[in-house]
Design a binder for this molecule. Structure first.
Ligand code: AMP
Ligand code: FES
Ligand code: ZN
Length: 305
């Protein structure tokens, strides 16, 4: 398709509207916690949901986690503050350094783990925790078609069937353990489209990548491979996603139910976990901090935002 600037941005909004309906992601009047990193994908997500908020009667809240990764995190935070100011939203900004006393790089060195895995653990936990404190209906992330198809292929290669079965544009919440629904409204929008969207609308966004990203990682290799296939057969990623959801995902769901992967509440913080004490509480204890105190601090910051 060849579209002018106005029709292109309308096309992206139409696609997200159709995605919200197709996967039953939101109900009228839902409150949605939009997780914004400051990159092109989550900035597009926020802008499009903001355009659709009246149509779906959405109450939009924004969360940004400041990871303390030098100049990169400073820029991300500035972008999120600038964009949310434009819409008149007061974002919840959680500063990892303030909450845990160290940035993610220092935490990773202290516990001798890779920065990306510690960062992922902290982000996932904080997102769930804030969603619980704010009592939202759903948590929205900016995962794109490129991300979802990359994960489908990567998890198939590594045969991580449990993770693969959870890979869905819409994941129902589990109220018994405080988990909110997870939605990925950009699951049928490509990264090329998000980067074009932010450029055409002159939306502030961070272009730089996190310095800890490893360009030789499997994620990048799989994305490159899928891009080369998409070049030869346009539409391949979308059909991979839709066929996966129609054919393989239901079988995997059945597998997950039968293999009985249980979700409980953490003995310390009461958040969802598959073990007795969640990995966040274990990480916090390894840093010599008391999880209860850290959570009290986070709760206070969220409620005073
Ligand atoms: P990533 O795993 O970095 O590709 O990010 C996937 C999605 O997670 C983004 O589109 C955001 O919705 C969310 N996200 C990532 N980093 C942050 C952050 N620092 N603060 C809030 N949300 C984030
Ligand atoms: Fe988490 Fe780079 S964004 S380590
Ligand atoms: Zn816990």
């Amino acid at each position: 398709m060849w579209l002018c600037s106005r029709h292109f941005t309308e096309y992206v909004v139409d696609r997200v509207r159709a995605t919200l309906k197709r996967y039953g992601m939101v109900k009228l009047g839902d409150s949605v916690l939009v997780c914004v990193s400051g990159g092109k994908d989550s900035i597009t997500l926020l802008d499009v949901l903001w355009c659709l908020r009246d149509e779906f009667s959405l109450d939009i809240k924004v969360l940004h986690v400041d990871l303390g990764i030098g100049e990169y995190s400073v820029k991300c935070r500035e972008v999120v503050e600038k964009v949310t100011e434009k819409y008149g939203i007061r974002p919840v900004i959680l500063d990892v350094k303030r909450v845990l006393g160290m940035d993610v790089g220092a935490i990773a060195r202290r516990v001798r783990r890779s920065t990306c895995s510690v960062c992922g653990l902290i982000k996932r936990y904080l997102i769930n925790y804030v969603a619980d404190v704010l009592n939202v209906s759903a948590v929205a992330t900016g995962h794109t078609l490129d991300d979802l198809t990359m994960y489908i292929l990567k998890l198939f290669i590594t045969q991580d069937l449990t993770q693969l079965s959870r890979l869905r544009p819409y994941l129902e919440g589990v109220p018994e353990v405080g988990l909110r629904a997870r939605i990925k409204p950009l699951c049928e929008v490509s990264e090329f489209e998000t980067s074009t969207y932010v450029k055409l609308l002159s939306l502030p966004h961070v272009v730089a990548r996190c310095p800890y990203i490893n360009p030789d990682s499997m994620d990048f290799k799989v994305k490159e491979f899928l891009n080369s296939l998409e070049d030869k057969s346009p539409g391949l990623k979308l059909s991979l996603l839709r066929n996966y959801l129609k054919k393989l995902a239901p079988i995997l769901m059945q597998y997950l139910t039968e293999s009985g992967a249980e979700v409980n509440r953490c003995r310390v913080c009461s958040q969802a976990t598959s073990s007795e004490v969640c990995s966040f509480c274990r990480l916090v204890s390894r840093l010599g901090l008391k999880p209860e105190e850290v959570l009290r601090k986070i709760r206070k910051e969220v409620l005073s935002s």
